[in-house]
Every structure is written in C-alpha cells, then in structure tokens.
Design a protein around this ligand. Sequence first.
Ligand code: 5GP
Ligand code: MG
Length: 176
Amino acid sequence: MESLIEKVLISEDEIHKRLDSMALEILTGFDGRPITVVAVLKGALVLVADLFRRLPVKLDIEFVTAQSYYGGTETTGEVKVIGGLPDVKGKSILLVDDILDTGLTMEALKSQLIDAGADSVATCVLLSKVKERAVDVEADYYGFEIGDEFVVGYGLDYTGHYRNLPYIGILKEFGV
Ligand code: 5GP
Ligand code: MG
C-alpha cells in the first residue's frame, strides 16, 4: 500500500505535535464551557480520536455522516447528511472534519447545526487547502495549510482506502 505513496506531506510526528498546540487553542476558545464534539464520518475519525483525548474538559461526542464525494477526487458540489443530526440544542459545538476544500461540507453542516438550535458552532479541521472556497467559510481551528492537491492518510481516503496511514501523503497518480 505504501508503495503507492509519492511522498509524505506531513509526518505522524508533525501531526501529533500540532495537535498538542491546537488542543490548547481550542481550550482557550471554549474558555471552560462544556464541548460537544460533532465529528464528520468517516474522514474525521482519526483526527477526532487523537484530538478529543487532548481536551480534558466536560465533553461529549456525536457523529454525522456527510457525503460530498462519490468515489472520485472531485466534489460533486452537493452535500448530503445521512442519518440526520444529533440533538445539539443549546450546546457549544466543535465541528470536526478532516479537511477544508471547497467549504461546501463545512458550511452545510454548520448552518444545519445552527438551525437545529446549537448555541455556537466552532469549526476545526486538520488540513485547510489554500484556495478560493465555493462558499464563505473558514475553519476556526486548523492544523496545517496545504496546497490544492489531493491527499490521503490519517482518515482521508481514496476510493475507501488509505485512511489507516498514520501520516498525510500524496498518491503517485496525483503526485507533483
Ligand atoms: P469540501 O466540502 O470542503 O469540498 O470537502 C470536504 C470533504 O471532501 C472532506 O471531508 C473530504 O472527505 C473530501 N476531500 C476534500 N479534499 C480532499 C483530499 O485532498 N483528499 C481526500 N481524501 N478527501 C478530500
Ligand atoms: Mg469527508
């Protein structure tokens, strides 16, 4: 599997170091308020597991499934929430996704959580692609800025695979 990786963009060690400082930023931002983490499956699975163990406050976790990709490397522009939203009424939400690309997923989920009565929604991603977004949304907390290239690993897949790589890498066929 690893032979199909062109290069490691962000190492496991770099990710973990950055998570330490991101967690402190988040704790400062929430200022002691209990946090309801809403993680976007499946991509945010690895990030959220590593991140929420660094948040030693009153915290609960919920999951949503959003689909904006249908097996390829290009977004279809349509975001579907499958299986509905958790009860977020009056809660301070930390919405966690793997990567901010067009922004469509984050924007759709954020506005749905607000419509569902969340008290506040802060957004968090490991990776923020430096590019023009399709919608006006940015992450309140992000780990790394990357170029507009397709990455895998640390939760991010290509056709369902590579999520279990412990680092962020670039596939050979999409290599620079
Ligand atoms: P957006 O809605 O911001 O365009 O995209 C968000 C979703 O698209 C992410 O949750 C992720 O599932 C997928 N995505 C965007 N860019 C990449 C990428 O470079 N690699 C992978 N594996 N998925 C991506
Ligand atoms: Mg995703």
